[in-house]
Write a protein that binds this ligand. Sequence first.
Ligand SMILES: Nc1ncnc2c1ncn2[C@@H]1O[C@H](COP(=O)(O)OP(=O)(O)OP(=O)(O)O)[C@@H](O)[C@H]1O
Ligand SMILES: [Mg+2]
Length: 292
Amino acid sequence: MTPDLMEAGARQRAAFDARQQAAHGGSFSKASGRPVRAGVPDFAQGVALYLDDVTVSFDGFKALNALSLAINVGELRCIIGPNGAGKTTMMDIITGKTRPDAGRVFFGSNIDLLRLTEPEVAQVGIGRKFQKPTVYEQLSVLQNLELSLRNDRGVAASLFARLSSTQNDRLGELLTLIHLKTEAHRTAGLLSHGQKQWLEIGMLLAQDPKLLLLDEPVAGMTDEETERTAELFLTLEGQHSLVVVEHDMKFVDQLTEGRKKVTVLHEGRVLADGLLSEVQANPEVVEVYLGR
Ligand SMILES: Nc1ncnc2c1ncn2[C@@H]1O[C@H](COP(=O)(O)OP(=O)(O)OP(=O)(O)O)[C@@H](O)[C@H]1O
Ligand SMILES: [Mg+2]
């Protein structure tokens, strides 16, 4: 790396810090380096996420219709339901991408998510995985993860600063967790679709979110990749709360381990919840979804 480039990196980093200070009044979390203006969630009541009576209409059509839902701290909850049920819209509401017409959405017992911007929702500890993987194709697996560990300080600036030994340890852990240790120096663009999905999950985890929202994470994966993804999510359960939207019932079955509750959405509200075997035997659910 040339001195010129290093200097450019340092300048960019300083400019970034100055912008953050200006935007967030200089208050940063010591642990993560993230601004804490948006608040720190209180999980003492055991609830990670709480939606109450949430309604949103698009041109008079109710994509969510008085949706109420609670996810416990450390819970892995699968959400299923037919196309157009409102599953993705629900994630859009939680992450501040779409604003509801009515209802309340809380993270922990204290953070009103409806008052936060999209970046603030990420800062308080909610990570979202979209269906299409979005990694930096030209960078290596390792570089992609490094960037996320450094809190998105801008590509150039991030790659120049040295990682702390704790951050290096974390990188190693993440590579193992997402099954990409042997691919660390490979260009991300050359990974399989499934591997890119894992890399993006690793990038989310690098930011240490308390709640992960995963929208159809195994779409397009091979059977083997799907199974390994389920194993990965099961290892995350407990340390993180996870909301997983999926149509793949074999995957949902693996995640619920015959004992966890799934929620069925239909027409913007909860149609049923219970064990997968219970909802699969529910005539209403079969009618609108599983019997297709
Ligand atoms: N921004 C928007 N503008 C207009 N209509 C929208 C918008 N977002 C979602 N919708 C509509 O809201 C309904 C719910 O869509 P949503 O994407 O949430 O469904 P979904 O449960 O995620 O379905 P799928 O399983 O197909 O992903 C659909 O009828 C969709 O067309
Ligand atoms: Mg969707």
